[in-house]
Design a protein around this ligand. Structure first.
Ligand SMILES: [Zn+2]
Length: 400
């Protein structure tokens, strides 16, 4: 593959990491190098000791203000970053966080294990919000129609719920993981730490507001849990959010090894990805990434390969091979999606075609069949557990 080119003709690809110009928010310098690649270079020139000093100050200040309450909110999914964040906060800085989870209600079995394990090993109090099954199914359908991916309820809920809890419990500091500069291309490590944006998740992932989702099968009332607190409320309570990745040198690969070894965090097979550690908690991650492929011509393997090239773990040639093998595979999760939405596969592809990026509008994207059954069952763990138990005799009857 020629430098700057890729699988889709006429599309510009980063001369270093191979990410295409169809990625949202991406921009290139004069040499054709994308912003995320530039960020990965900046990381080498930052005085991380000084930055950690700043973090220590922020955390000490939060502790001082917290009195007998919680020092901060830790939004967690149970993923590898949750473990690493919990480790830094509780073990390194002696903080007392309140763990907060917005459940997409699509927990995988491994993901549910990880979440429970995280709470157990770090001794954290926890609040979780779970939207009901019917609502999740309806939102998944509307989500594809509105934003061309399956996960609006998760994008919106992850943005809103920790903020709601921050306001209700008067815990003004929220602590996120990876820096926005790391791979999104939306920020730089050298930019001054910007003011916390309560609407970040709405703008970047959810795209549309709860009001926009109201339709014949979703009422305003259904959407209530996805409302973010008002700017006035956040301001009056001085709600702040920081990303640990802006203060600590972020190394995904090493952190994953660390939390596996030290705390028993587990990977699983992830559809459309060649690594088993991204979005492990969710059975629908493969759908999220497949819709990205259908819209923008790249999927999870491209994102992972780009990170690996930046870290010096892969050559460009190796990356292209992985991208070709994984990005275009039809995920098993598509079957589950069609089941819960009542959509036909053809209807789904028709909608996705309309959502396609202008630059690849006329390009015929290859979709390959998946040739093996996913290691983990593609069904929400909650449903799966009920199904397993409902067929067992009642334990009281067994003893009679
Ligand atoms: Zn790049």
């Amino acid at each position: 593959m020629k430098v700057g080119e890729g699988f889709i003709p006429g599309i510009k690809y980063c001369t270093r990491c191979c990410m295409p110009e169809t990625q949202e928010g991406i921009s290139f310098d004069a040499l054709g190098i994308c912003k995320a690649c530039q960020s990965s270079e900046q990381k080498m020139h930052i005085n991380w000791k000084e930055r950690e000093g700043l973090l220590a100050e922020i955390l000490a200040d939060a502790k001082l203000r917290a009195g007998n309450g919680y020092d901060c909110i830790l939004p967690i999914s149970g993923g590898k970053d949750s473990f690493f964040q919990a480790h830094v906060l509780t073990q390194v800085y002696g903080m007392k966080p309140l763990a907060v989870t917005f459940s997409h209600n699509w927990f995988s079995e491994t993901g549910y294990y990880n979440l429970q394990r995280c709470l157990e090993v770090f001794h954290m109090d926890h609040i979780m919000f779970t939207p009901n099954r019917k609502l999740v199914n309806n939102l998944a359908k509307k989500s594809v129609e509105m934003i061309g991916d399956t996960c609006w309820h998760c994008h919106a809920g992850v943005g809103a719920f920790p903020l709601q809890i921050a306001c209700k419990f008067n815990i003004p500091l929220l602590i996120y993981g990876e820096s926005i500069a790391e791979s999104s291309g939306r920020a730089s490590y050298f930019d001054p730490v910007t003011k916390y944006d309560r609407e970040y998740f709405t703008k970047v992932s959810a795209k549309v507001s709860p009001d926009d989702m109201v339709c014949e099968y979703l009422s305003k009332r259904d959407l209530y849990p996805f409302e973010i607190p008002s700017a006035e409320e956040c301001e009056s309570k001085n709600i702040q959010g920081i990303h640990l990745g802006d203060y600590i040198f972020w190394d995904e690969e090493r952190q994953t090894e660390f939390v596996k070894r030290e705390y028993g965090w587990r990977e699983t097979e992830m559809e459309g990805a060649y690594k088993g550690y991204k979005s492990v908690e969710c059975i629908m991650a493969g759908m999220h990434d497949f819709t990205c492929y259908l819209k923008r011509g790249f999927g999870r393997a491209s994102m992972q390969a780009a990170t690996d090239i930046r870290q010096g773990l892969l050559t460009r040639e190796e990356a292209w091979q992985l991208v070709e093998e994984f990005d275009c595979v039809r995920p098993e999760a598509l079957d589950y999606f069609l089941e819960i939405t009542g959509m036909s596969e053809q209807e789904f592809h028709e909608i996705m075609k309309k959502k396609r990026h202008e630059k690849i509008k006329d390009y015929e994207l290859v979709v390959k069949k998946k040739h093996h059954k996913n290691t983990e069952r593609i069904k929400p763990f909650a449903e799966y557990m009920i199904e397993k138990n409902i067929n067992q005799p009642d334990p009281r009857e067994r003893n009679e």
